[in-house]
Design a protein around this ligand. Structure first.
Ligand code: NAI
Length: 252
């Protein structure tokens, strides 16, 4: 029996890298994908034969499609798990995006990169995963989407990130029951603050310790969602700072 195969996006840092290391320690082979090719290649070289690294910008459908094909080939027609994890959190206020909106008096479309990377790329990726998971010897597989507490509550400083991450929660809830019929189990995790490059120590210092999710908890939840086929269409909320993430009423 060959080793199980995973694709992890955003694997060169933070949560993606921690999940990669945890899976290879359990005997998996991991196809790591990240837009940061330099860092990814260095890390992959350290991790050895159990990983392959692909420089991939997930917001490019072509690049993501190549990644999935390469993983399925490497796995000799096997693909077990997809962590749709790559994400960015541009902190630009939607209403303050002047440089995209008005250039020399000409209105421009908004820069929706956050939506493209954090939401559209995940939708494309999950459908690619389905294509290959259907072709497994025993059809099926597992998907964990890294949404965020901002997928459940409004993050006032970043409305586009909030929009994308809410979309991912909808995706897990909407797809879960449908894909489960084909033995493909899709769930989303919603962490608040996990110490990573995206959420560095200086930022974490501003919040009470009880709202910070240790990486070990994130890994435990990933493990549970990978191993338990009775769970699908769920969003797993991992600690929450009510002061930062809150839904405001529309009236004073
Ligand atoms: P990180 O910044 O440490 O890692 C993100 C990785 O994604 C980086 O290696 C980056 O190069 C890669 N990436 C960015 N854009 C990409 C693209 N277009 N294509 C491929 N790779 C790309 O951040 P972290 O914290 O590990 O974030 C992982 C996920 O967790 C993100 O989706 C983030 O929104 C989510 N998250 C993180 C939280 C935290 O507190 N750290 C809280 C809630 C959600």
């Amino acid at each position: 029996m060959s080793h199980p195969i995973a694709i992890i996006t955003g694997a060169a840092s933070g949560i993606g890298l921690a999940v990669t290391k945890s899976l290879i320690a359990k005997g998996w082979r991991v196809v790591m994908a990240d837009v940061d090719g330099k860092r990814g290649k260095e890390i992959a070289a350290e991790l050895g034969q159990k990983v392959l690294f692909y420089t991939t910008d997930v917001s490019s459908y072509e690049q993501q499609a190549k990644l999935f094909k390469a993983a399925f080939d490497w796995g000799e027609n096997r693909l077990d798990f997809f962590a749709a994890n790559a994400g960015i959190a541009d902190t630009e206020f939607l209403y303050d995006a002047k440089e995209h909106f008005d250039v020399n008096g000409v209105l421009q479309p908004l820069d929706l990169r956050t939506i493209n990377v954090d939401l559209i790329a995940v939708i494309q990726g999950i459908w690619l995963f389905k294509h290959y998971a259907r072709r497994n010897k025993i059809p099926g597989g597992k998907v964990v989407i890294t949404s965020s507490a901002a997928g459940l509550y409004a993050m006032e400083t970043n409305p586009l990130y909030t929009t994308a991450k809410h979309g991912l929660v909808g995706l897990a809830r909407g797809l879960g029951p449908i894909f489960a019929k084909e033995n493909i189990h899709v769930n989303a995790i919603c962490p608040a603050f996990v110490p990573t490059a995206l959420c560095p120590e200086e930022m974490l210092d501003r919040f009470p310790k009880e709202h910070i999710t240790p990486m070990s908890t994130v890994i435990k939840v990933y493990d549970k969602l990978i191993s338990d086929s009775s769970i699908y269409g769920q969003t797993v909320e991992l600690s929450l700072d009510q002061l930062y993430f809150r839904t405001k009423p529309d009236y004073p």
